[in-house]
Each structure stands twice: as structure tokens, then as C-alpha cells.
Design a protein around this ligand. Structure first.
Ligand SMILES: [Zn+2]
Length: 456
């Protein structure tokens, strides 16, 4: 049987995941994400798709992060009406994330159109809210581990850790077992269960975000007491920009556990993120994906004051004691964090804690690199506050954890073909060397729009 795979994103980049599988005359997609951050320089999110969307039989969605699901509403806009297979938690999270994305697309189009007087240069948003509703109706909920069929394709989804609902997709076609990792979580995540996988795969497409690295440990344990002692002494603020899905919830649990052991360092936590508050509820609903019970999850949140319409964000400005503000966006590219930062940046005793990787061309990245000025609403603001970053809190598996997963998943170290996707070039190069040393013989990088033949 003729089977090939071609990547239209998430091959030479870490965003825009989109992989097309051709099985004889049937076409399937694994994920369809938006390009974000620095990847936008390489590939624009444009409405001209590089393949015929109406030729797609079905889509498997590994998880609800925007770089994996963010293009789906465009397909609905273009008339796609076939199934999108995903878990229930992914469907619930995608509803929040895609609704927010449609708002951003509309906002981008409006601000572009405002700047240009010529109607002929006006642009349409990539998609609208109605397209999001259409695409959510196409999602067919499937349970992890269960066997599913779609024409010539037989597939099973395995929990991948990372965020609730995230899965790896194992496909069986004729005598071939093909595996797409999706984004893999860590074995030692604060709140997510570790990834699960079965063996016997002949061909594996694995993410390699941290293929060249091993996570550091112990750094956060040292930083937390230092930062908290400092803000308590000075009565200042610890501002934390955090991704709304998983990172925010993980930080809440991290602080809860820390405060239990160190009650003298306990300070109030305010969560100022409307989207984050919605996501918290999905985590609670789908707590089976967490390694916490529902009670443990809810107990951690008793430390948190939700900032919403009932508790106005402005009141935080006059809050008299040391406190933590947990807000978004995670890399300080927009959202409520900018307003908080603009009023806190000048005071040398406030701290901004960057809890992870900051993408190129983001304010978080510029601050981490030492930039000490930024502009907000046409005003230039000096940055005197402390900027502290850690790489310890990633929701991705590291080199060791990825290879451990591969050792279980592969049919044989000699015969299984491994294609590295979703990672920067340097990470992939290091990962290839590491895997070769472990005895994996057939490892290569997946290239953008360069189809690989799985079997003939
Ligand atoms: Zn992800």
C-alpha cells in the first residue's frame, strides 16, 4: 500500500504543526496549527492553503495548543466538513483557545484596516467566531486507548502528558504502524500525568523541542524563597507572565506546596487572566488527566484570588502588601501583563519572574536579554525592576524522557524509522547524535514540504 507523509509546518519550526498522510487515494491530517512568534518570518499564516482542504478525509488533533489547532477554523471557512478526531478535554480547551484566536484575528484585521484609507487594501480576518463554532461541531470525541476506524485507517490515541487531552496518535495501515508523538509532557511534571505509549511502531514522528537538552532541576526551589523573602521585606510585587494552559495551573500548585512547607513566606496570589480562569475550570472538569485528585487541585486554588468583573484589576494597584500577580500572555506579547508591567517596571524592588522559554521577538525575551526600556501606549518606560528567568518549568519532555519514550514505542532500534519534527535545527542535530549513541540507526530530520515514503 502506498503511504507517504509530508509536513506543512512543525518540521523546520516549533509552531504551525501540520502533517499530511496519504494512504493510497485517502488524505489525512495530523494537527493544523498557526505559525507563531519568530516562525512567522519563515511561514506566514495565509488563507491560501498548500493543499486541497476538501480532499482531506479526516483530521486527528493531538492537543489544543494554538500551534496545533489554530488553523482549523480556516478549514471550516473553506468548506471542510469531515470529522476532526480529538479527546473531550481537547475539544473543551480548543473552544476557549480558538474563540480567543478569532478575536485576535479580527483585532489584527481591524487595526490594519484602520491604518489604510484605501478600501482595496483592506484585509479580512483569517477566520471569525462563526468559523470557530462550525469547526467545534466537527470534532468527534474519541477516548484514549480505544481502537477507531476511518476507511483504510485504524488508529488509537495514547495520553501524552503535556496538557489535559493531549495525545500521541498511533496509526495502523496495512502492515505498518506509524506514530505521531504530538507534544510530549515530562515524567516529572508538577500536575500532569506522564505520557503513556505502547510498542511495535515501524515509523515514528517525534517532537524534538528539547531534543538537545536535559532539564535543570533545583533552580526554582532556590529562587522561590529568595524572591518571596525580598517582596515581603519590601512590600512589593512578584509579577509572573504565564501561559494560560498548564503553566498557570502548575505554578499555582507549586506555590501551594511551597506555602504548606513555608507558611511564613505565604503571600496572596491574584490570577488576572480571563482566559486562564476558564481554562482552570476545564482542568477541574478533566482532572483524570492530572496526577492530582479533584480535591487536591481545588485545594491548591484556595490560595488564589480570581481577578474578574467582581474583583476589579484596578484594585490591585492599591493593594498594600506584598503579593503575586499571575497573568498572561506568557511571553509578554500582549494581554493584561503589559498593563501590570507598565506600572511595576520602574520600582527596583518589584520582580518579574519569567517561568520558561521566551520566544524570539517577544518582550519577555528582550527583558531576559537585558533590555531595560520598553514602550507601552506610545510611552517609553524605564525598567528598573528585577527580571528573573528559569527554564525548569517546561511542559515538554527533555532529551532523556523523549528517548525513553522512543525505546518503548519503537519496534526495533535498527529497523524503526524516526523522523524529528517540531524542534529547532540545533536541538534536532544534538538529538540525532544522542539517539545514534543509544543505538537508534535510522534517525533523520523531517523537512518542510519534502514528502517521505513510508511504504509502497
Ligand atoms: Zn503543546
Amino acid at each position: 500500500m502506498n503511504i507517504s507523509v509530508e509536513s506543512f509546518g512543525g518540521a523546520d519550526t516549533v509552531t504551525g504543526s501540520c502533517h499530511l498522510i496519504k494512504i493510497e487515494q485517502e488524505n489525512y491530517l495530523i494537527d493544523s496549527g498557526l505559525f507563531q512568534g519568530a516562525d512567522l518570518k519563515l511561514h506566514k499564516n495565509i488563507s491560501n492553503l498548500p493543499f486541497e482542504i476538501l480532499s482531506i478525509e479526516a483530521i486527528i488533533l493531538t492537543h489544543a495548543h494554538l500551534d496545533h489547532c489554530g488553523l482549523l477554523p480556516l478549514y471550516a471557512k473553506k468548506g471542510y466538513s469531515k470529522p476532526i478526531y480529538a479527546t473531550e478535554a481537547t475539544k473543551d480547551l480548543a473552544a476557549i483557545i480558538l474563540t480567543d484566536s478569532a478575536k485576535i484575528q479580527q483585532g489584527n484585521a481591524n487595526s490594519h484596516n484602520k491604518k489604510t484609507n484605501k478600501k482595496s487594501q483592506h484585509v479580512e480576518p483569517l477566520y471569525r467566531h462563526a468559523d470557530v463554532e462550525r469547526v467545534l461541531n466537527l470534532i468527534k470525541v474519541v477516548e484514549p486507548h480505544e481502537i477507531n476506524h476511518h476507511k483504510n485507517l485504524k488508529f488509537r490515541l495514547f495520553p501524552a502528558g503535556h496538557i489535559p487531552g493531549a495525545v500521541s496518535a498511533s496509526l495502523e495501515v496495512a502492515d505498518q504502524k506509524i506514530l505521531f508523538s504530538g507534544d510530549l509532557g515530562r515524567d516529572d511534571d508538577q500536575i500532569m500525568r506522564p505520557p503513556v505509549i505502547e510498542g511495535g511502531h515501524d515509523c515514528i514522528f517525534i517532537e524534538s523541542t528539547y531534543g538537545g537538552h536535559q532539564h535543570v532541576s533545583g533552580e526554582v526551589e532556590k529562587l522561590l524563597p529568595q524572591m518571596l523573602k525580598h517582596i515581603i521585606k519590601t512590600g512589593c510585587v512578584l509579577l509572573i507572565p504565564a501561559f494560560t494552559v498548564a503553566r498557570s495551573q502548575m505554578l499555582v500548585k507549586l506555590f501551594h506546596d511551597f506555602f504548606e512547607k513555608n507558611p511564613q513566606l505565604k503571600v496572596p496570589i491574584f490570577m488576572d487572566s480571563p482566559m486562564g480562569l476558564k481554562v482552570n475550570k476545564v482542568f477541574e472538569k478533566h482532572h483524570e488527566w492530572l496526577k492530582l485528585t479533584k480535591e487536591e487541585y481545588n485545594t491548591a486554588f484556595t490560595d488564589v484570588t480570581e481577578v474578574d468583573e467582581k474583583w476589579e484589576a484596578d484594585k490591585l494597584e492599591s493593594f498594600p502588601e506584598a503579593h503575586i500577580i499571575l497573568t498572561s500572555s506568557g511571553m509578554m506579547t500582549g494581554g493584561k501583563v503589559l498593563k501590570h508591567f507598565s506600572r511595576l517596571a520602574l520600582d527596583k524592588d518589584n520582580i518579574v519572574f519569567l517561568p520558561g522559554y521566551m520566544g524570539e521577538d517577544t518582550l519577555g525575551n528582550r527583558l531576559a536579554s537585558g533590555e531595560r526600556e520598553f514602550s507601552y501606549e506610545q510611552e517609553s518606560i524605564k525598567v528598573n525592576c528585577q527580571i528573573i528567568q528559569t527554564h525548569q518549568l517546561s511542559a515538554h519532555a527533555d532529551q532523556k524522557q523523549l528517548s525513553k519514550w522512543l525505546e518503548i514505542a519503537a519496534n526495533s532500534k535498527e529497523r524503526t524509522s524516526i523522523f524529528l519534527i517540531h524542534g529547532e535545527n540545533e536541538e534536532k542535530e544534538k538529538f540525532i547524535i544522542y539517539l545514534n549513541e543509544l543505538g537508534f540507526k535510522k534517525v533523520e530530520k523531517m523537512n518542510y514540504r519534502k514528502a517521505v515514503q513510508i511504504s509502497v
